[in-house]
Ligand binder design. Structure first.
Ligand code: ZN
Length: 301
């Protein structure tokens, strides 16, 4: 599971800071999460192949999370893309994007699908044989979802020496990986656990931006491998959290602790601050394993 931060700041793009966007590589997917202004430039800078992006997840319709989307959709068209593109986001996203395409008379030649979200409960919005994606309803000034990307349980691993010794026909290897007991060539039942090893544990990534402190998300993100939680403010500006519906780094740490995640990545920093050490320090008083997002930074888990 590889996460590339394209932008991790709030509000306006500036010389050295980009608004929110990131790419999650998981089980051969390249999921683009949010698409602030400048995203396509950052995709190029970070050498992410445009053609590998087939699913874009937009948390909410504040500009710093989607103003790059129309540009990216248009660029795909100019690059004569043929692969279909799926966009998941709040109701209204189809209208705002298609209106721009309509007025510029530049319909895409590739299939463009919108999956508009309206539910206030967590729901499954994408699934294939390896991955599931759920929404995480957040508490913000407009309708907002985070997203939980979850690997499905991996297959058991064959202990190849044990399998060969047990004289099992190769036709049964698939069943063994799925956890079944099988008969060997001599008609003897072989217990699965004697010839296979436990699978690599499934990983998960919970993306939560933007949101006020909200313990209602805990059951959804519980035990996630990685939690990205917004930390717009430091303690000294906590008073701004309520009117803006954002969180402090300390609150992000508290959520990470209560959700029992393995790693916390802090992001969505207000551009009013110059350094980020204090974000890390304040979150660490609540939860030990804190990492700081940075534009262009990659994390592997
Ligand atoms: Zn917002």
């Amino acid at each position: 599971m590889k996460l590339t931060i394209l932008g991790c700041h709030s509000a306006t793009p500036r010389t050295n800071t980009n608004p929110t966007s990131q790419v999650l590589e998981i089980k051969n997917h390249m999921f683009l999460i949010d698409c602030g202004e400048g995203t396509q430039v950052e995709l190029r800078r970070n050498k992410v192949k445009f053609s590998r992006i087939k699913h874009i997840f937009i948390s909410h319709l504040h500009g710093d999370h989607y103003f790059g989307l129309i540009g990216l959709v248009s660029t795909f068209q100019l690059l004569t893309r043929e692969t279909e593109l799926h966009i998941y986001g709040p109701k209204g996203i189809k209208e705002v994007i298609t209106l721009q395409l309509k007025l510029s008379q530049s319909w895409t030649s590739y299939p463009l699908y919108f999956h508009e979200l309206t539910s206030k409960e967590s729901e499954l919005i994408f699934e294939d044989d390896k991955v599931e994606v759920y929404t995480i309803p957040l508490k913000h000034r407009v309708y907002t979802n985070g997203f939980l990307f979850k690997e499905k349980e991996n297959e058991r691993k064959l202990d190849i020496n044990a399998v060969l010794n047990a004289n099992i026909n190769v036709a049964y290897y698939r069943k063994l990986k799925q956890g079944a007991d099988v008969e060997n060539e001599d008609g003897i039942l072989i217990k699965n656990e004697t010839v296979t090893k436990d699978p690599v544990p499934a990983k998960s990534y919970a993306y939560c931006s933007d949101t006020a402190y909200n313990e209602a998300i805990l059951p959804i993100i519980k035990n996630a491998t990685v939690l990205y939680h917004e930390s717009t403010f430091l303690d000294k500006n906590e008073v701004l959290c309520e009117p803006t519906k954002h969180s402090t780094a300390r609150q992000a740490g508290r959520i990470a602790k209560k959700a029992n995640v393995s790693h916390l990545i802090l992001g969505h920093f207000s551009t009013r601050y110059n350094g980020y050490d204090e974000f890390e320090a304040q979150a660490k008083e609540e939860f030990e394993n804190v990492l700081l997002a940075k534009d262009g930074k990659q994390f592997e888990f």
